[in-house]
Design a protein around this ligand. Sequence first.
Ligand code: FES
Ligand code: FE2
Length: 323
Amino acid sequence: MSTIEPIPMKFRVPEIAFPMGWYRVADAAEIGHDTLKAVSYLNQQLIVYRTKSGAAQVADAYCPHLGAHLASHDGCIKDGAIVCPFHKWSWDGASGRCAGIPYSAVPPLEGLTLTLYPTREVDGMVLMWYHPQGAEPDFEPYASTALQRDAWILFDSHAWVSTSPYCDIFENLFDTAHIVQLHGAGKMPVMRTMEPMPHGLYVDYEMDPEAEEFGIGKLEINFTGVTAIHQLFEGPGWATNFIIASTPIDNERFIQTVRLYVKDLGSSLFNEQIGRPWIERFKYEVEQDFKVLDYKKHLPKPRLCGGDGPIYQYRAYASRYYV
Ligand code: FES
Ligand SMILES: [Fe+2]
């Protein structure tokens, strides 16, 4: 086992760029009616809150008046209006417009607004739209029909900070050889379908329930662009749904979160019997991945061999999101 000092990204990625897409910035349950949550993602300082109508919203954290961080000191949100801690200007959370200046009768400058980002609340996550040139969203994030249709419990969630090249994180799913060589799985999974969808990509695998651990009969993955995935496993009488999202903090690090939903078997004992081994296995594999990925270099032209998995196909898909 070796230990390596952190290696700056400029030595490992030829061009550091964040892809356009929907990025998880909070869990929906963290954002209550009067929450003004400060987060730091994509080299930006942001706030997450709910508008008067209850919709989740992400905005730039800095007050357009004189640059105070809106969630610093006693900055707050009341009834959907954000009150800056510095001179107490208020900003309408839904439109971003200035809603009042307590000490001036002169109306605020026309067009002076807080910068808002397109925001969606999907499957327990708050997602914000990012485009390097500020363009509007041209697709919607994937929302699981299975999660909406059946009764599920949120079994567990977990977060890691990784120093892997961001562009390589979901490529890992298409690197089938490492699943045996690094993770020690019994056999390499075989992808059956890899189909572009409006939300991104749909992938499913050939499964032989007789040969699979847990008797897995179905594994399908839905990508939201290249920033989040839903991974649905089904076996006899059970189903699990992993929602995995990766959001860059800055050029050097990203946060990877996982939320594991288990189809409710009506008893916490049964749910535990399904959920526990799945989440433990998942964490074990992610941590094994990061032992290598956190130091790896992004090779624009990897030298692949037979049996390596559809890494180039994934890159062809992913390139659409890099502007
Ligand atoms: S900096 Fe926000 S009101 Fe002045
Ligand atoms: Fe892996």
